[in-house]
Design a protein around this ligand. Structure first.
Ligand SMILES: NC(=O)c1ccc[n+]([C@@H]2O[C@H](COP(=O)([O-])OP(=O)(O)OC[C@H]3O[C@@H](n4cnc5c(N)ncnc54)[C@H](OP(=O)(O)O)[C@@H]3O)[C@@H](O)[C@H]2O)c1
Length: 264
Protein backbone atom coordinates (compact mmCIF):
# COMPACT_ATOMS: atom_id res chain seq x y z
CA UNK A 1 0.00 0.00 0.00
CA UNK A 2 1.42 3.49 -0.86
CA UNK A 3 2.48 5.69 2.07
CA UNK A 4 -0.35 7.84 3.41
CA UNK A 5 0.00 10.47 6.08
CA UNK A 6 -2.45 10.19 9.03
CA UNK A 7 -4.17 13.33 7.64
CA UNK A 8 -4.81 11.62 4.30
CA UNK A 9 -5.88 8.44 6.06
CA UNK A 10 -8.38 10.40 8.20
CA UNK A 11 -9.77 12.19 5.15
CA UNK A 12 -10.23 8.98 3.12
CA UNK A 13 -11.75 7.16 6.12
CA UNK A 14 -14.30 9.94 6.72
CA UNK A 15 -15.25 10.11 3.03
CA UNK A 16 -15.95 6.37 3.11
CA UNK A 17 -18.04 6.50 6.30
CA UNK A 18 -20.05 9.62 5.50
CA UNK A 19 -20.79 8.74 1.88
CA UNK A 20 -22.24 5.50 3.29
CA UNK A 21 -24.30 7.40 5.89
CA UNK A 22 -25.66 9.73 3.22
CA UNK A 23 -26.53 6.79 0.95
CA UNK A 24 -28.80 5.59 3.73
CA UNK A 25 -30.72 8.83 3.02
CA UNK A 26 -32.88 8.61 6.09
CA UNK A 27 -31.66 11.49 8.26
CA UNK A 28 -34.88 13.25 9.38
CA UNK A 29 -35.17 16.93 8.44
CA UNK A 30 -35.99 17.80 12.04
CA UNK A 31 -32.52 17.04 13.38
CA UNK A 32 -28.86 17.44 12.48
CA UNK A 33 -26.74 14.50 11.37
CA UNK A 34 -25.42 13.03 14.64
CA UNK A 35 -22.05 11.32 15.05
CA UNK A 36 -21.52 9.72 18.47
CA UNK A 37 -17.83 9.26 19.11
CA UNK A 38 -15.59 8.38 22.04
CA UNK A 39 -12.27 6.74 22.87
CA UNK A 40 -12.23 3.64 25.04
CA UNK A 41 -9.77 1.04 26.31
CA UNK A 42 -9.84 -2.65 25.40
CA UNK A 43 -11.98 -3.15 28.51
CA UNK A 44 -14.42 -0.42 27.35
CA UNK A 45 -13.44 2.33 29.84
CA UNK A 46 -13.52 5.98 28.80
CA UNK A 47 -11.61 7.27 31.83
CA UNK A 48 -9.27 5.82 34.47
CA UNK A 49 -11.59 6.71 37.37
CA UNK A 50 -14.72 8.71 38.08
CA UNK A 51 -13.83 12.40 37.81
CA UNK A 52 -10.56 11.67 36.02
CA UNK A 53 -9.25 13.11 32.79
CA UNK A 54 -7.51 10.31 30.86
CA UNK A 55 -5.65 10.49 27.56
CA UNK A 56 -6.54 7.38 25.53
CA UNK A 57 -6.07 8.18 21.83
CA UNK A 58 -2.72 7.88 20.05
CA UNK A 59 -1.47 10.72 17.85
CA UNK A 60 -2.90 9.24 14.64
CA UNK A 61 -6.40 8.62 16.04
CA UNK A 62 -6.37 12.15 17.52
CA UNK A 63 -5.78 13.41 13.97
CA UNK A 64 -8.92 11.52 12.95
CA UNK A 65 -10.83 13.12 15.85
CA UNK A 66 -9.64 16.59 14.78
CA UNK A 67 -10.62 15.86 11.20
CA UNK A 68 -14.08 14.73 12.34
CA UNK A 69 -14.48 17.97 14.29
CA UNK A 70 -13.80 20.00 11.16
CA UNK A 71 -16.55 18.27 9.17
CA UNK A 72 -19.25 18.92 11.79
CA UNK A 73 -21.01 22.19 12.63
CA UNK A 74 -20.98 21.50 16.37
CA UNK A 75 -19.13 19.42 19.02
CA UNK A 76 -21.33 18.45 21.97
CA UNK A 77 -20.40 17.39 25.52
CA UNK A 78 -22.17 17.26 28.86
CA UNK A 79 -21.38 19.66 31.69
CA UNK A 80 -19.74 16.73 33.57
CA UNK A 81 -16.92 16.74 31.00
CA UNK A 82 -16.54 20.52 31.40
CA UNK A 83 -16.32 20.18 35.20
CA UNK A 84 -13.78 17.32 35.05
CA UNK A 85 -11.67 17.96 31.93
CA UNK A 86 -12.20 21.72 31.40
CA UNK A 87 -11.63 21.31 27.62
CA UNK A 88 -11.62 24.06 24.98
CA UNK A 89 -12.89 21.62 22.32
CA UNK A 90 -10.98 23.59 19.73
CA UNK A 91 -7.50 22.70 18.60
CA UNK A 92 -5.44 25.73 17.57
CA UNK A 93 -3.29 23.80 15.06
CA UNK A 94 -6.32 23.01 12.91
CA UNK A 95 -8.38 26.11 13.56
CA UNK A 96 -6.86 28.54 11.12
CA UNK A 97 -7.46 26.71 7.86
CA UNK A 98 -10.69 24.80 8.10
CA UNK A 99 -14.25 24.91 9.39
CA UNK A 100 -14.34 25.39 13.14
CA UNK A 101 -17.23 23.71 14.92
CA UNK A 102 -19.30 25.41 17.59
CA UNK A 103 -18.80 23.92 21.08
CA UNK A 104 -22.16 22.84 22.57
CA UNK A 105 -22.67 22.02 26.26
CA UNK A 106 -25.68 20.22 27.76
CA UNK A 107 -26.16 21.84 31.16
CA UNK A 108 -29.70 21.73 32.58
CA UNK A 109 -28.99 23.89 35.64
CA UNK A 110 -26.13 26.03 34.28
CA UNK A 111 -23.51 24.46 36.53
CA UNK A 112 -20.77 25.51 34.12
CA UNK A 113 -18.18 27.67 35.93
CA UNK A 114 -17.96 31.15 34.42
CA UNK A 115 -14.19 30.72 34.18
CA UNK A 116 -14.46 27.47 32.14
CA UNK A 117 -11.97 27.56 29.24
CA UNK A 118 -14.72 26.75 26.75
CA UNK A 119 -16.56 30.01 27.56
CA UNK A 120 -13.52 32.20 26.89
CA UNK A 121 -11.38 30.54 24.22
CA UNK A 122 -13.27 32.17 21.32
CA UNK A 123 -12.13 35.59 22.60
CA UNK A 124 -8.45 34.68 22.24
CA UNK A 125 -8.59 33.05 18.80
CA UNK A 126 -10.51 34.85 16.08
CA UNK A 127 -11.03 31.55 14.22
CA UNK A 128 -12.80 29.93 17.20
CA UNK A 129 -16.57 30.15 17.60
CA UNK A 130 -18.48 31.08 20.75
CA UNK A 131 -20.21 28.14 22.46
CA UNK A 132 -23.88 27.25 22.79
CA UNK A 133 -25.14 26.13 26.21
CA UNK A 134 -28.42 24.16 26.26
CA UNK A 135 -30.24 24.40 29.60
CA UNK A 136 -33.59 23.60 31.18
CA UNK A 137 -36.52 25.99 31.63
CA UNK A 138 -35.68 26.98 35.23
CA UNK A 139 -32.86 29.14 33.92
CA UNK A 140 -34.88 31.16 31.41
CA UNK A 141 -34.43 34.37 33.42
CA UNK A 142 -31.65 33.48 35.86
CA UNK A 143 -28.65 35.61 36.83
CA UNK A 144 -26.35 32.70 35.85
CA UNK A 145 -27.80 32.74 32.32
CA UNK A 146 -26.89 36.45 32.06
CA UNK A 147 -23.37 35.70 33.32
CA UNK A 148 -22.86 32.87 30.81
CA UNK A 149 -24.21 35.09 28.00
CA UNK A 150 -21.87 37.81 29.28
CA UNK A 151 -18.99 35.48 28.38
CA UNK A 152 -20.24 35.50 24.78
CA UNK A 153 -22.10 32.17 24.83
CA UNK A 154 -25.54 31.65 23.35
CA UNK A 155 -27.86 30.05 25.93
CA UNK A 156 -30.80 28.01 24.61
CA UNK A 157 -33.51 27.20 27.19
CA UNK A 158 -35.67 24.22 26.29
CA UNK A 159 -39.41 24.47 26.93
CA UNK A 160 -40.75 22.50 29.97
CA UNK A 161 -42.97 20.41 27.67
CA UNK A 162 -39.77 19.14 25.95
CA UNK A 163 -38.00 18.04 29.16
CA UNK A 164 -38.18 14.86 31.22
CA UNK A 165 -39.73 14.62 34.71
CA UNK A 166 -36.51 16.02 36.28
CA UNK A 167 -36.57 19.03 33.95
CA UNK A 168 -33.69 17.75 31.79
CA UNK A 169 -34.12 18.53 28.08
CA UNK A 170 -34.93 15.45 25.96
CA UNK A 171 -32.43 14.51 23.27
CA UNK A 172 -34.85 14.94 20.30
CA UNK A 173 -35.78 18.42 21.62
CA UNK A 174 -32.12 19.38 22.00
CA UNK A 175 -31.44 18.26 18.43
CA UNK A 176 -34.50 20.13 17.11
CA UNK A 177 -33.34 23.31 18.90
CA UNK A 178 -29.82 22.95 17.48
CA UNK A 179 -31.18 22.44 13.96
CA UNK A 180 -33.30 25.58 14.36
CA UNK A 181 -30.16 27.67 14.99
CA UNK A 182 -28.42 26.31 11.89
CA UNK A 183 -26.48 23.29 13.25
CA UNK A 184 -26.77 20.70 10.47
CA UNK A 185 -24.30 18.19 11.91
CA UNK A 186 -23.15 17.51 15.45
CA UNK A 187 -20.37 15.37 16.86
CA UNK A 188 -21.26 14.07 20.33
CA UNK A 189 -18.04 13.49 22.30
CA UNK A 190 -19.28 12.34 25.72
CA UNK A 191 -18.92 11.84 28.62
CA UNK A 192 -20.53 8.74 30.05
CA UNK A 193 -23.94 10.21 30.87
CA UNK A 194 -24.31 11.89 27.50
CA UNK A 195 -23.19 8.73 25.65
CA UNK A 196 -25.80 6.79 27.68
CA UNK A 197 -28.58 9.24 26.82
CA UNK A 198 -27.82 9.20 23.10
CA UNK A 199 -27.57 5.39 23.01
CA UNK A 200 -30.81 4.93 24.97
CA UNK A 201 -32.66 7.48 22.87
CA UNK A 202 -31.36 5.94 19.64
CA UNK A 203 -32.36 2.45 20.78
CA UNK A 204 -35.85 3.36 21.93
CA UNK A 205 -37.08 6.05 19.56
CA UNK A 206 -37.65 3.86 16.46
CA UNK A 207 -36.18 6.61 14.25
CA UNK A 208 -32.47 7.21 13.87
CA UNK A 209 -31.01 9.59 16.46
CA UNK A 210 -27.35 8.61 16.17
CA UNK A 211 -26.49 8.33 12.48
CA UNK A 212 -22.84 7.33 12.79
CA UNK A 213 -21.00 5.73 15.71
CA UNK A 214 -17.20 6.02 15.75
CA UNK A 215 -15.32 4.35 18.59
CA UNK A 216 -11.55 4.56 19.08
CA UNK A 217 -10.20 1.47 20.81
CA UNK A 218 -6.91 2.05 22.58
CA UNK A 219 -4.59 -0.85 23.55
CA UNK A 220 -4.95 -0.28 27.28
CA UNK A 221 -6.74 -1.96 30.18
CA UNK A 222 -7.93 0.11 33.12
CA UNK A 223 -9.88 -2.29 35.32
CA UNK A 224 -12.84 -1.80 37.58
CA UNK A 225 -12.01 1.74 38.79
CA UNK A 226 -12.60 3.10 35.29
CA UNK A 227 -15.80 4.63 33.91
CA UNK A 228 -17.43 2.33 31.34
CA UNK A 229 -18.47 3.80 27.98
CA UNK A 230 -21.99 2.41 28.30
CA UNK A 231 -22.32 2.44 32.12
CA UNK A 232 -25.19 4.94 31.90
CA UNK A 233 -27.07 3.30 29.01
CA UNK A 234 -29.85 0.96 30.15
CA UNK A 235 -30.77 -0.15 26.62
CA UNK A 236 -33.96 -1.44 28.23
CA UNK A 237 -35.66 -1.61 24.83
CA UNK A 238 -32.91 -3.95 23.53
CA UNK A 239 -32.40 -6.74 26.12
CA UNK A 240 -30.03 -8.60 23.82
CA UNK A 241 -28.03 -5.49 22.89
CA UNK A 242 -27.93 -2.87 20.17
CA UNK A 243 -26.67 -4.07 16.77
CA UNK A 244 -24.18 -2.15 14.68
CA UNK A 245 -24.74 -2.25 10.94
CA UNK A 246 -21.88 -3.14 8.55
CA UNK A 247 -19.09 -2.11 10.92
CA UNK A 248 -15.89 -0.79 9.36
CA UNK A 249 -12.58 -1.31 11.21
CA UNK A 250 -9.34 0.51 10.50
CA UNK A 251 -6.07 0.86 12.38
CA UNK A 252 -4.82 4.39 13.11
CA UNK A 253 -1.36 4.22 14.71
CA UNK A 254 -1.73 1.88 17.69
CA UNK A 255 -5.53 2.31 17.92
CA UNK A 256 -8.37 0.54 16.12
CA UNK A 257 -11.30 2.61 14.90
CA UNK A 258 -14.73 1.00 14.61
CA UNK A 259 -17.31 2.97 12.64
CA UNK A 260 -20.89 2.01 11.91
CA UNK A 261 -24.42 3.24 11.55
CA UNK A 262 -26.74 2.24 14.40
CA UNK A 263 -29.72 0.10 13.62
CA UNK A 264 -32.67 1.58 15.61
N1 LIG B 1 -12.87 8.88 26.37
C1 LIG B 1 -13.65 9.79 25.82
O1 LIG B 1 -13.85 9.79 24.60
C2 LIG B 1 -14.30 10.83 26.69
C3 LIG B 1 -14.94 11.93 26.08
C4 LIG B 1 -15.56 12.88 26.92
C5 LIG B 1 -15.52 12.71 28.30
N2 LIG B 1 -14.88 11.64 28.82
C6 LIG B 1 -14.84 11.43 30.27
O2 LIG B 1 -16.17 11.29 30.76
C7 LIG B 1 -16.18 11.71 32.13
C8 LIG B 1 -17.37 12.66 32.32
O3 LIG B 1 -18.54 11.94 32.14
P1 LIG B 1 -19.85 12.36 32.94
O4 LIG B 1 -20.86 11.30 32.69
O5 LIG B 1 -19.48 12.72 34.33
O6 LIG B 1 -20.26 13.73 32.26
P2 LIG B 1 -21.00 14.13 30.89
O7 LIG B 1 -21.69 13.00 30.26
O8 LIG B 1 -20.02 14.93 30.09
O9 LIG B 1 -22.07 15.17 31.46
C9 LIG B 1 -23.17 14.67 32.18
C10 LIG B 1 -24.03 15.80 32.61
O10 LIG B 1 -24.60 16.46 31.48
C11 LIG B 1 -25.85 16.97 31.85
N3 LIG B 1 -26.89 16.67 30.87
C12 LIG B 1 -27.78 17.56 30.37
N4 LIG B 1 -28.62 16.98 29.53
C13 LIG B 1 -28.27 15.66 29.51
C14 LIG B 1 -28.82 14.55 28.85
N5 LIG B 1 -29.89 14.64 28.04
N6 LIG B 1 -28.24 13.35 29.06
C15 LIG B 1 -27.17 13.22 29.87
N7 LIG B 1 -26.62 14.24 30.54
C16 LIG B 1 -27.17 15.46 30.36
C17 LIG B 1 -26.23 16.34 33.20
O11 LIG B 1 -26.09 17.32 34.21
P3 LIG B 1 -27.39 18.21 34.54
O12 LIG B 1 -28.48 17.24 34.89
O13 LIG B 1 -26.95 19.09 35.63
O14 LIG B 1 -27.67 18.92 33.27
C18 LIG B 1 -25.19 15.27 33.39
O15 LIG B 1 -24.84 15.05 34.75
C19 LIG B 1 -14.86 12.38 32.41
O16 LIG B 1 -14.04 11.49 33.15
C20 LIG B 1 -14.28 12.60 31.03
O17 LIG B 1 -12.86 12.60 31.03
C21 LIG B 1 -14.26 10.70 28.06
Amino acid sequence: MPFRSPYEQADIFCQKIYSKAKEEDKIPQSKPLVTLTFAQTLDAKISAAKNAKTKLSCEESMILTHHLRTIHDGILVGVGTILIDNPRLNEPSLLSTVNNPIPIILDTNLRIPTDAKILHYHKTDSAAKAPIVVCGPSNAHSQKKKEVEGCGARVICIDPSECDAEGRPLIPSILKALKSVGIKSVMVEGGANVIGSFLDCSASSGVPIVDVLIVTISPKIIGSRGTGASDQATLASHPSGLDLKDPVYEQFGTDIICASVLAP
